[in-house]
Design a protein around this ligand. Structure first.
Ligand code: DX5
Ligand code: ZN
Length: 214
């Protein structure tokens, strides 16, 4: 069964706990936490202080998506704030070695580690790390904003990641423009985790919206 990860980027930041409680889904869903620094992406969201506040009021699995330049600089803060899984962007690191060190630091802290690729980046860029990753995040929009349209090029990447998995443990997550129709395509291609921001939080009945993606 596919996992749904509602993105709190589309929640009401003044009522985060209430909004999370509406997507509880019997504890099965994750929370997708989009961190934007105004530099790696042209938008600013929230940082690790709000993450630690959230951690204190939910036991849901928190999937932290770092859209920041130099992710190593703030890794410990997000780990200590209570992330369960941390995704950084391959485009935000400058060498294979740097990415390996980040994965190791995340694992040493007891978190799961994931790398994301933007729409313009091929799966090839993360092949050196696939043995060590718990998840790969395929962006189906340019990172930075909720509410954009799904780019179907993500489907080929999902298919490729599934085909080359060969018993490795990594999950395949897709993020951006997920609704009932695109969720269907992503599940068909082999995605394991679907991030959905506006589709879930703008819905009148959020539980129904979540169920319609499964
Ligand atoms: C975009 C973020 C996404 C965003 C998805 O940069 O990484 O997680 O919240 O929003 P929707 O589902 O509205 O496209
Ligand atoms: Zn995201």
């Amino acid at each position: 069964m596919v996992k749904i990860a509602p993105s709190v980027l589309s929640a009401d930041f003044a009522h985060l706990k209430e909004d999370i409680d509406t997507i509880y889904d019997g504890g099965k869903s994750w929370i997708h936490y989009d961190v934007m620094d105004g530099h790696f992406v042209p938008n600013i969201s929230f940082g690790y202080s709000i993450l630690s506040n959230l951690r204190a009021v939910t036991d849901l699995f928190i999937d932290v998506h770092l859209m920041i330049t130099d992710p190593g600089q703030y890794l410990d803060e997000f780990i200590n704030a209570g992330a369960d899984l941390i995704t950084f962007h391959i485009e935000a690191v400058s060498s294979v070695q740097e990415a390996r060190v980040l994965i190791q630091r995340i694992h040493d802290a007891g978190c799961l580690a994931s790398i994301s690729i933007k729409p313009g980046t091929d799966v090839e860029a993360i092949k050196p790390f696939l043995d060590d990753l718990d998840m790969v995040l395929v962006m189906s929009v340019e990172p930075g904003f909720g509410g954009q349209s799904f780019n179907p090029a993500a489907l080929d990447k999902i298919t490729e990641l599934k085909e080359i998995r060969n018993g490795r443990r990594y999950l395949i997550e897709v993020d951006g423009g997920i609704n009932e129709n695109t969720a269907n395509l992503c599940r068909g291609a082999g995605a394991d985790v679907l991030v959905a921001g506006s589709y879930v939080f703008k819905a009148e009945n959020r539980q129904e919206a979540i169920d319609s993606l499964k």
